[in-house]
Write a protein that binds this ligand. Structure first.
Ligand code: NAP
Length: 254
């Protein structure tokens, strides 16, 4: 019997895992998206879009569809979803695995100012007017209304109304290359970047470019997530799923 797997997505790990799972008869996957981006690139594997309705909704879905495993492959800043996953897995009694890129580490030449949230990032820009590249998505741009003296270039996937007096939107979807990021910082005369510590290789080039050009980065640290068994890549997740499949003589529902 196939192992039924619910994958909480939003990252490239989630897509890749869902594609690899779809090729194997012993697995049956469903990839779930929050539905944050209007221009969602729909995968060719079974998927769904939209919230579950909190812990209760997720528990109910896992139970009624008979999922045998839950994979949390959301963004490291998606703390609410990760919390729901930990609680629903405990309630229903299914194993949970998180896939997460390790946080980026500071290396020689980096000029990072680490902060714990967006309000601190806005305050950290200082009183003097600066040209800021904001690469935090769109959900928390409001926090920078507290620092209206700066000129912002806001990079996002979908257009949205900017709540800042001096701001421009730059529509783009990663991965980003180092030469392009270097060119962007120079062309736009960016003084400082604000970034979340996503840990994703696909968005690291801006950090490397800032280092090369000696520009500071305000790095927003990750929220603390409810604890869960964690691996760093899709191969490790597949190995975990294979062990689960082979070791589960009686899968739930059998
Ligand atoms: P969140 O705040 O943890 O999630 C909020 C709600 O969205 C969840 O409670 C859940 O709704 C729904 N949700 C989230 N991920 C879902 C999924 N894969 N499938 C179904 N429903 C899902 O996370 P977020 O709003 O997605 O993002 C929080 C932060 O992470 C933002 O700063 C965002 O920019 C960043 N981020 C997230 C992702 C991602 O993978 N989602 C990707 C890039 C950046 P219910 O409670 O109704 O179930």
């Amino acid at each position: 019997m196939a192992l039924k797997i619910l994958i909480l997505g939003g990252t490239s790990h989630a897509r890749l895992l869902a594609e690899r799972i779809a090729r194997e008869a012993r697995f049956e996957g469903l990839l779930s998206f929050a539905g944050r981006t209007a221009s969602l690139q729909r995968p060719e594997v079974p998927h769904r879009v939209g919230g579950f309705g909190g812990v209760d909704g997720l528990s109910e879905l896992v139970r009624t569809h008979g999922f045998n495993a839950l994979i949390d492959a959301t963004h490291p800043f998606a703390a609410r979803m990760s919390e729901s996953a930990v609680r629903a897995a405990a309630i229903v009694g299914v194993p949970l695995l998180r896939i997460e890129d390790p946080a980026w580490g500071r290396v020689a030449g980096d000029r990072w100012h680490e902060v714990s949230n967006m309000a601190a990032a806005a305050a950290g820009l200082g009183a003097e007017r600066r040209r800021v590249l904001l690469t935090i998505g769109r959900q928390e741009v409001d926090a920078f209304r507290a620092a209206p003296q700066h000129a912002y270039l806001v990079r996002a996937i979908d257009p949205f109304p900017l709540p800042l007096p001096d701001a421009q939107l730059l529509l783009a979807r990663g991965p980003f290359a180092l030469t392009d990021e270097r060119r962007l910082l120079e062309r736009e005369a960016i003084d400082v970047i604000v970034s979340k510590n996503a840990g994703t290789p696909a968005t690291y080039a801006k950090i490397a470019a800032a280092r090369e050009l000696g520009r500071p980065v305000i790095m927003v640290q990750r929220p603390e997530l409810a604890s869960a068994e964690t691996v760093a890549n899709v191969d490790a997740a597949l190995a975990w799923l294979a062990r689960l499949h082979d070791g589960s003589g009686t899968l739930r529902g059998e």
